[in-house]
Design a protein around this ligand. Structure first.
Ligand code: NAD
Length: 414
């Protein structure tokens, strides 16, 4: 059978349900998404032509609060993918204890082939088509693949024009000038950094003697590299879509980021050797941080991984088959729903600030983020040790348990 993210998500949910003896009602309800909206989005093209795009907004769960999740513009978007990602958001929000359910949105389109004007028209009409189900108390979108603060600004403007007043809380990931939060841009990388430091502390590993390899030098990977470098870790390898580099003595990340800003890639940085992208993951190191794509550590390369710890900064970088191999090799995998939850946590802060029209300093944002990520880490660790399960299973047990409790206590309407 072809790979289907939704079937995968359901299988994982079923396994966790068995492990925590989830009652049948909660299991049946959480196996479905509460709302799946498919919309047609007509757009006049610059060349005088006309296209009708298909878009989705799916809300998996709204028992613990309004739903939350990004919007992606991509040619490969499918309803099943959006459903799976919405479910993942439910668990991610629950594991860090922020009061949201999960949602996701997507439009089947190729932004690389569209003008800025066409993308704006698409974003605005999509917003208009889903306007009845989004809102600060209902469902709050955010950026995802190929959407950014500018797209969020158009969504916020379209929604606000419809209401007749400014509604900053309808989206997060907005530019600061219209109610975005300090620290949002680097929040996911910062969360990854806190998670890495918590993990090192747990294993009594000294930060200064810890070597780290990071795959991906984009929003998440670059921030993670810069922050871990600042904390004293030795970053011995990094890579992006164009290639990878390594230096066993440690890369100077300040200089590397300057090189990246000048050239758009980490390759050709002078104080490093180049390595094949596939070999980067297999370098000698203490901590491996995949921060690029899903499915990077698979059954065919898991055996060759030398790291002691893997921190999943990307969503789904380790396949279920690889997970089994890594467990046998005694490699600790800190799962995505815990490790990369810094982004949605600061999105939550942005929403709270917008609702109160009272904005926090960057220091305040970062301290609150550290508290939430650290508490979640130790909550998961306690379950992992008590139940003798890995960190992924422990994260899901915590998350599904929290959502199931909300389902049970709210009961059934009517
Ligand atoms: P990005 O587009 O900013 O960066 C992606 C990086 O991966 C780039 O450096 C790119 O060159 C590199 N890359 C792409 N293909 C590659 C390949 N085949 N081999 C090696 N490197 C490759 O994306 P991002 O926002 O940093 O997201 C990275 C991952 O983190 C994704 O899985 C995303 O879902 C996840 N994530 C992001 C956020 C966020 O706030 N941005 C939050 C949670 C999870």
């Amino acid at each position: 059978m072809a790979f289907n993210l939704w079937h995968n998500a359901l299988e994982l949910f079923d396994n966790v349900s068995k492990k925590i003896n989830l009652d049948e009602v909660a299991h049946k309800r959480l196996s479905k998404c509460v709302r799946e909206l498919t919309v047609s989005i007509p757009v006049k093209l610059d060349n005088g032509g006309f296209e009708v795009f298909t878009g989705y907004r799916v809300q998996h769960n709204i028992h613990r609060g309004p739903s939350k999740g990004g919007i992606r513009f991509h040619p490969d978007v499918t309803l099943d993918e959006v459903k799976a990602l919405a479910m993942l958001m439910t668990w991610k929000c629950a594991v860090v204890g922020i009061p949201y359910g999960g949602a996701k949105g997507g439009v089947i389109c190729d932004p690389a082939k569209m003008s800025i004007g066409e993308i704006e028209k698409l974003a605005r009409r999509y917003t208009s088509e889903i306007i009845t189900i989004i809102g600060p108390e209902k469902d709050i979108p955010a950026p995802d693949m190929n959407t950014n603060p500018q797209v969020m600004a158009w969504i916020m403007d379209t929604y606000s024009m419809d209401k007749g007043y400014v509604v900053p809380g309808v989206v997060t990931g907005k530019p600061i000038s219209i109610g975005g939060s300090q620290g949002r841009e680097e929040a996911t990388g910062r969360g990854v950094m806190y998670t890495t430091l918590n993990t090192l502390k747990h294993f009594n590993m000294d930060i200064e003697h810890t070597s780290v390899v990071i795959q991906g030098y984009g929003n998440v990977g670059k921030a993670t590299a810069e922050l871990l470098y600042k904390e004293g870790c030795k970053i011995v390898g990094v890579g992006d879509v164009y290639g990878s580099i390594c230096n066993p003595h440690g890369l100077d990340i300040t200089k590397l980021s300057k090189h990246w800003a000048d050239t758009g890639s980490v390759i050709k940085y002078k104080d490093a050797d180049s390595v094949e992208n596939k070999d980067l993951l297999e370098l000698e190191c203490d901590v491996l941080i995949p921060a690029a794509l899903e499915g990077q550590i698979r059954e065919d390369n898991a055996e060759k991984i030398k790291a002691k710890i893997i921190i999943e900064a990307a969503n789904g970088p380790v396949t279920p088959g690889a997970d089994n191999i890594l467990r046998q090799k005694n490699i600790c995998v800190v799962p995505d729903i815990l490790a990369n939850a810094g982004g949605v946590t600061v999105s939550y802060f942005e929403w709270v600030q917008g609702l109160q029209s009272y904005f926090w300093s960057k220091r305040e944002v970062n301290l609150k983020l550290r508290d939430i990520i650290t508490k979640a880490f130790y909550d998961v660790l306690a379950i992992s040790e008590k139940e003798n399960v890995d960190m992924r299973m422990a994260s899901y047990m915590l998350a599904v348990g929290r959502v199931a409790e909300a389902v049970k206590i709210r009961g059934l309407y009517p």
